[in-house]
Design a protein around this ligand. Structure first.
Ligand code: MG
Length: 262
C-alpha cells in the first residue's frame, strides 16, 4: 500500500512539474496505465493564472497593456531620422496622429519582442494616387518586419503588398479594408524570431493578424526582412527592438495603439 502511495505521488509530481504537459498520458492506452487515473491527477493549480481586467469597450486596452498612443501625446515615440528628437508627426484634435509626409518614420522608445499589438489607422481623407501610392504606411515589428498599411479600399496592387500583407511575403487571406473616412483596426500576435548561440536562425518570426476583426494572417511564418527589392532572408541575430511606423509620403492617421508583452 505504501509503495502504491509513493508511486501515485511520483506520477502526480511528474504531471505537475516540468512542462506541465499531459501529452505523455494521452499517448498511453488506459489499460497500460500503472494505476487508475483520478480527476485530480490532471488538474494543474499553480501558479494561479494572473487576473487582467479587460476593457469595457472591445478594442480598448486591458489593464496590463502598455499604452503607446492615446490620441493626445507622442511621448512614447521618437523620430527615426534622429532618435534623440521627438516624433515629428501631427496630433489632430487630441484624437489621433497623422503622418507628416517627408518628416520620416517614428519609432517607440521601448523595445519589444513577442507581443500582442492593437493599432487603429485610417487612410488619408482625400484619396490621392493609386496602388502603393495610396495611404501607404506600415508597422515594423522589431524595426524590421513590416505589416503593410495601405488604402486597399477599391485600390488594386500586388496581393502581397496590399493592406494587411506581410510586405512581399504573405498576402492577406481577405481584403477587410474600410473606406478612407473610416477607422481600421489591426490586432496582432507577433512571435519574434529565435537565433542560435552562433547567430544563425533557430526559428523564424510568426504572426497572426486580425483586420477589423477578420482573420487575415493565420500564424504565418515571416521569411525574413520585408524588403522592397530582392528575396527575403534573415539578418544576423538580434534581440528585442523598437516598433516603427512608416512615413511613405501619405497622410495616414493612427489612434489607440497599445501593446501587451508576451
Ligand atoms: Mg508600407
Amino acid at each position: 500500500m505504501k509503495s502504491k502511495i509513493i508511486s501515485l505521488c511520483a506520477i502526480a509530481i511528474g504531471i505537475f512539474s516540468g512542462a506541465q504537459s499531459l501529452a505523455q498520458y494521452s499517448s498511453t492506452p488506459p489499460e497500460k496505465s500503472p494505476m487508475p487515473m483520478k480527476p485530480e491527477m490532471t488538474e494543474i493549480w499553480e501558479p494561479e493564472v494572473k487576473v487582467v481586467t479587460p476593457a469595457k469597450v472591445l478594442g480598448d486596452a486591458p489593464s496590463d497593456a502598455i499604452i503607446l498612443f492615446d490620441g493626445k501625446s507622442l511621448d512614447q515615440w521618437v523620430s527615426q531620422k534622429d532618435v534623440t528628437k521627438p516624433a515629428p508627426w501631427k496630433i489632430v484634435n487630441n484624437d489621433h496622429m497623422e503622418v507628416v509626409p517627408g518628416s520620416g518614420g517614428i519609432q517607440t522608445k521601448m523595445s519589444f519582442g513577442d507581443c500582442q499589438l492593437h493599432i487603429e489607422f485610417s487612410a488619408p481623407d482625400i484619396v490621392e494616387s493609386v496602388g502603393q501610392g495610396r495611404g501607404n504606411s506600415g508597422v515594423f515589428f522589431q524595426n524590421r518586419y513590416e505589416l503593410q498599411i495601405l488604402d486597399s479600399y477599391n485600390n488594386r496592387t500586388y496581393r502581397n503588398g496590399q493592406a494587411a500583407s506581410i510586405y512581399k511575403d504573405h498576402a492577406p487571406l481577405v481584403n477587410a479594408m474600410r473606406g478612407p473616412l473610416e477607422w481600421n483596426t489591426y490586432d496582432v500576435i507577433y512571435t519574434a524570431p529565435r537565433f542560435k548561440a552562433d547567430g544563425s536562425l533557430d526559428a523564424p518570426a510568426r504572426i497572426t493578424v486580425l483586420h477589423n476583426g477578420v482573420l487575415v494572417q493565420n500564424n504565418v511564418t515571416i521569411n525574413g526582412l520585408t524588403l522592397y527589392v530582392g528575396l527575403h532572408t534573415y539578418p544576423s541575430a538580434h534581440g528585442d527592438d523598437v516598433i516603427s511606423l512608416q512615413d511613405h509620403g501619405n497622410k495616414t492617421q493612427f489612434r489607440n495603439i497599445w501593446l501587451r508583452k508576451l
